[in-house]
Design a protein around this ligand. Structure first.
Ligand SMILES: CC(C)(COP(=O)(O)OP(=O)(O)OC[C@H]1O[C@@H](n2cnc3c(N)ncnc32)[C@H](O)[C@@H]1OP(=O)(O)O)[C@@H](O)C(=O)NCCC(=O)NCCS
Length: 181
């Protein structure tokens, strides 16, 4: 039986070892949503980005075996619909800065058609509690400056602007952080 970790009404499940392909299918579908749904981009998209690159796949798979606090760890949680299709995900991962192993980076996505229902909020609430329980001190993230829905969500949940950057295609990035208690 899968371990289902409840988060009020919405069941949030830790991704199982046999679900990575389903996760990659979901991530590719998210890219499709960004092209077809009337929503801002959430990452630079080119034709060559339409599949998940192998190094990224490997990081998801191998990161799941790495202890939290060590370099390269990564954990994923998902929400599935009645047909067991992944409709939302959130992932936490180690920062590249080995001097900041008590922080982590966040990524997330909710499929078009399931947005504005509170799923993003529930996923963030869930991983913030999980990260605090692990002894992590803060969650960091980078978001495209044009991605106003995501920025609105993060601001509402208490994430503060922490810096600016530029993505691979020159797009403006906003860095945000939230300290955990
Ligand atoms: C950003 C995203 C995760 C939000 O998920 P969600 O499940 O729709 O979020 P919620 O329903 O919990 O929204 C909570 C609040 O965030 C803000 N928000 C979310 N979407 C918004 C939008 N399109 N416009 C304005 N505010 C928005 C609102 O304050 C909202 O509260 P409200 O619905 O009561 O007004 C979702 O739009 C998404 O997956 N986008 C594409 C991927 C992405 O951008 N990922 C983040 C990359 S850093």
């Amino acid at each position: 039986m899968r371990a289902v970790l409840g988060c009020r009404q919405v069941p949030i499940s830790a991704l199982e070892a046999d679900q990575f392909e389903a996760l990659f299918t979901h991530l590719i579908a998210m890219l499709g949503d960004a092209e077809s749904v009337d929503q801002p981009r959430f990452q630079p998209i080119t034709d060559s980005d339409s599949a998940i690159p192998e190094p990224t796949r490997q990081w998801f798979v191998h990161g799941a075996e790495v202890a939290v606090g060590e370099g390269g760890w990564r954990r994923v949680w998902v929400v599935q619909d009645a047909a067991a299709q992944i409709i939302a995900h959130v992932d936490l991962r180690a920062t590249a800065d080995h001097a900041a192993m008590d922080r982590c980076l966040l990524g997330m996505g909710v499929r078009g058609g399931h947005r504005r229902l509170g799923l993003g909020t529930r996923l963030l609430d869930f991983v913030e509690r999980w990260a605090a329980d692990q002894g992590l001190r803060a969650i960091d993230l980078e978001v495209l400056a044009e991605n106003l829905p995501a920025i609105a969500l993060y601001r509402r949940l208490g994430y503060q602007p922490a810096g600016e950057g530029v993505d691979v295609d020159g797009s403006a990035l906003l860095q945000m952080s939230k300290a955990l208690r």
